[in-house]
Design a protein around this ligand. Structure first.
Ligand SMILES: [Zn+2]
Length: 160
């Protein structure tokens, strides 16, 4: 999974990019780039393959980033069914650490009682948490920590 807020400046203004180029550049899936096109990223023309100017990529991503910031301020978690940022019920949320710098805020939508989630960069946690009463927990151990291959176990021979 790619970074949720691609850095617009990665796109060079005078370059044209194909969907594949952009997927590689921003480390996202090609379908993500196709979604961007559906959300207002303007290709140069209707011809195939789709080409998009770097300048347009920057504009689109910068707009999108500004919108996201606006709709989900500190202490809010976006509720998809309600289509709105919400203060979680009881102003409480759990922050589940997923990696060294990433985590997920988890709370309950006060209006529809569904679980709501927000991916956060832990380095920005203080800015994101607002007035939330936050408890921080560690996610389950990662697979490489729990399932280390045992190098001493050679199952190829049965001569012992
Ligand atoms: Zn809701």
């Amino acid at each position: 999974m790619g970074y949720r807020h691609p850095n617009p400046r990665l796109a060079k203004i005078h370059h044209s990019y194909s969907v594949e180029d952009l997927a590689r550049l921003f480390k996202v899936h090609k379908n993500t780039v196709r979604n961007w096109v559906g959300q207002g990223l303007e290709p140069i023309d209707d011809r195939r393959p789709t080409l998009i100017r770097g300048q347009e990529v920057r504009r689109f991503l910068a707009d999108r980033r500004a919108r996201t910031k606006q709709t989900c301020g500190p202490g809010r978690i976006y509720c998809l069914p309600c289509r709105a940022p919400k203060m979680p019920a009881g102003n409480m949320a759990e922050c589940i650490r997923g990696g060294d710098t990433t985590g997920t805020l988890q709370g309950i939508c006060p209006d529809c009682n569904r679980m709501i989630y927000r991916r956060v960069n832990l380095l920005n946690l203080d800015a994101v948490r607002g007035d939330l009463d936050l408890s921080i927990t560690q996610a389950r151990l990662r697979i490489e920590e729990t399932a280390k291959p045992n190098v001493n176990c050679d199952s190829s021979g049965d001569n012992y």
